[in-house]
Design a protein around this ligand. Structure first.
Ligand code: ZN
Length: 216
């Protein structure tokens, strides 16, 4: 745990809204962007064609360096600003152009990098229900984590809250169309890992969906 504190950037933490103040309020989406949420604008995206309906949610994990949490390395990667010299493991990835729509950090804070209405570069070579190039029609959410370290409860809360809002906004993302990266690129990818508690997530998601329906 000492690594977490050491690497935490207090400056940016101060900017993050405190989710605990409004734990059940729906996240609102306007023009493809979450409102009242930190935005960091990645250039690593492609335009979606108007006919490309969003019908898939892909859940990932990421940590930089692997197994270390906190700090701004993930954001730096998605912004193309990761410094190869900052860690021995960064040399191979500093030049990679990847992104996700959102990151949910260990403290539950959410950062959005790419408009949901555009394609983030998160899935790579991938296939869902016989259709390849999942970036074209999916939204990618990264959890700060690894395949074998339990995720924080607040991450499940925020992921389910975010998912419910996305389903409200993009109704073709049905429950069957929420998958892990491991499901659409099974030879290459293992995230979000066996540690990810799918039943817990789906139970929370059902609760958030009920809240949204009740509040209509
Ligand atoms: Zn992934």
């Amino acid at each position: 745990m000492s690594l977490i504190d050491k690497n935490k950037a207090s400056k940016s933490n101060n900017l993050r809204p405190n989710y605990q103040q409004e734990p059940k309020k729906r996240l609102t989406i306007s023009n493809g962007w979450l409102q009242k949420t930190e935005h960091q604008y990645s250039a690593f995206f492609s335009l979606r064609e108007p006919q490309e309906n969003i019908n898939l949610l892909v859940i990932h994990n990421i940590s930089l360096p692997a197994g270390s949490f906190g700090g701004n390395h993930i954001t730096n990667l998605f912004l193309g600003q990761l410094m190869a010299d900052d860690h021995p493991s960064f040399g191979d990835i500093a030049q990679i152009k990847v992104s996700a729509h959102c990151l949910i950090r260990r403290d539950g804070s959410i950062i959005q990098y790419v408009s949901f209405n555009n394609k983030a570069w998160h899935a790579g070579i991938s296939c869902f229900n016989g259709r390849d190039k999942c970036n074209d029609y999916s939204i990618g959410i990264e959890l700060e984590g690894t395949d074998d370290i339990p995720y924080e409860e607040v991450q499940y809360q925020q992921l389910s809250r975010l998912t419910a809002s996305l389903q409200k906004h993009y109704p073709l993302i049905t429950h069957e169309n929420i998958v892990g990266h491991c499901d659409i690129a099974p030879i290459r990818k293992t995230d979000p890992g066996k540690i990810f508690n799918w039943p817990h997530y789906r139970q929370l998601l059902q609760q958030h969906n009920n809240i949204i329906i009740t509040n209509e």
